[in-house]
Design a protein around this ligand. Structure first.
Ligand code: HEM
Length: 204
C-alpha cells in the first residue's frame, strides 16, 4: 500500500504540471484566433459541418482536423513548456559536442519548433502545414511540445483532445478581438504566456 505522503506527492505531481500548461496554451490559442480571424471562421465552419449544430463532444474530435491543426500550430510557435532539461547517464556526443556522464543539458522546444531548417516560412502561423501531405516533410522530433521519451507528458492525448474541444466550442459561438490595454507580448516564466491578454468575445 502507498502511504499518505506518496498520495499527496502524486496529487501534486499531477495537478501542478496540468494547470498552468493548459491555461497558458489556451491564452495563446485565443491570441492566435484574434490575430487570424480567417482561421477562427474556418474552425467555426468545420465545427458546424461536423456537429450539424449540436454541442461539440468527444465523438467529433477525430473529424475536427483543421481545429486540431490550429491547436498544433499554436503550440509549435508558443509551446507552454519552452525549456526542458535532461541529464546524461553515460558519456555521449550530441551534434558534435562531447557530453560527459552526469552533465545537465538544457534544451528548448521553443527554439527547435521555430528552426528554419525544419520549417518553411518558420515564423508564419500556418495550420495547413499539418495537413498529412505537408506534415510528412517535418523532421522527426522537430515538433514535441509534450517532450519525448520516458519522461514525456502522460497527458499528451488528453490535453490535445481537451484543447481541440475548447477551441471548437469557443469558435462555434464567437470570434475574439483584443481590446485596448491588451498586451500579447511573450512573458517568459516557467511557462510561456502573454503578458496581459485582454479579449472580447464577439458572437458571430
Ligand atoms: C497543453 C498542456 C500540456 C503541456 C504543453 C505539457 C507539457 C509537458 C512536458 C513538455 C512534459 C515533459 C517534461 C520533461 O520532459 O522533462 C510534461 C510532463 C508531465 N506532464 Fe504535462 N503538459 C500538459 C498538460 C498536462 C496535464 C493536463 C497533466 C495532468 C493531468 C500533465 C501531467 C504531466 C506530468 C505528471 C508530467 C511528468 C511526467 C514525468 O516526469 O514522468 N500535463 N508535460
Amino acid at each position: 500500500p502507498i502511504g499518505e505522503q506518496e498520495i499527496h506527492d502524486q496529487v501534486v505531481a499531477i495537478l501542478t504540471p496540468g494547470s498552468e500548461t493548459v491555461a497558458s496554451t489556451i491564452m495563446w490559442l485565443l491570441q492566435v484566433l484574434a490575430e487570424h480571424p480567417e482561421h477562427a471562421e474556418k474552425v467555426r465552419t468545420e465545427v458546424e459541418s461536423v456537429t450539424g449544430g449540436r454541442p461539440v463532444g468527444f465523438e467529433h474530435v477525430r473529424r475536427l482536423t483543421h481545429t486540431n491543426n490550429v491547436v498544433v500550430e499554436a503550440m509549435r510557435l508558443r509551446p507552454a513548456v519552452w525549456i526542458l532539461t535532461r541529464r546524461a547517464k553515460t558519456d555521449t556526443e550530441l551534434g558534435g559536442y562531447r557530453i560527459p556522464a552526469g552533465a545537465d543539458i538544457v534544451y528548448s522546444p521553443y527554439a527547435i519548433q521555430r528552426d528554419a531548417e525544419s520549417y518553411d516560412a518558420h515564423l508564419d502561423f500556418d495550420p495547413d502545414r499539418w495537413l498529412p501531405e505537408r506534415a510528412r516533410e517535418v523532421p522527426k522530433y522537430a515538433m514535441s511540445p509534450f517532450s519525448v521519451g520516458n519522461r514525456k507528458c502522460p497527458s499528451d492525448h488528453f490535453s490535445m483532445t481537451q484543447l481541440s474541444l475548447i477551441t471548437a466550442a469557443l469558435c462555434a459561438r464567437y470570434r475574439f478581438e483584443q481590446v485596448p490595454g491588451s498586451n500579447d507580448a511573450t512573458r517568459v516564466g516557467i511557462t510561456l504566456r502573454p503578458h496581459r491578454l485582454l479579449l472580447t468575445p464577439v458572437p458571430w
